[in-house]
Design a protein around this ligand. Sequence first.
Ligand SMILES: [Zn+2]
Ligand SMILES: [Zn+2]
Length: 91
Amino acid sequence: MRRYNDSRPTRHDFYHSTVWRKARGRYKRLHPLCEECERRGRVVPADVVHHKVEIALGGDPLSFDNLESLCHSCHNKIHREGALKTPRGGG
Ligand SMILES: [Zn+2]
Ligand SMILES: [Zn+2]
């Protein structure tokens, strides 16, 4: 785990932080539908904004490249199966 600035919030605090709420709101406006369902040709409104690479694993918490709009069903599935995607090319 890389060391960050001391002012950086912990993972738990991050999800309640203003920066995250803003980033999540912005991302959801750009991607109002579940991206996983969209790939399967279904139109389902997104419930959550998911981190493709978890923050705890070094994923960028605010980069849109690391975010994905998902419905509850797809989000639960990803976490249950542990099918978290790994970034290609060190993104
Ligand atoms: Zn879905
Ligand atoms: Zn998630």
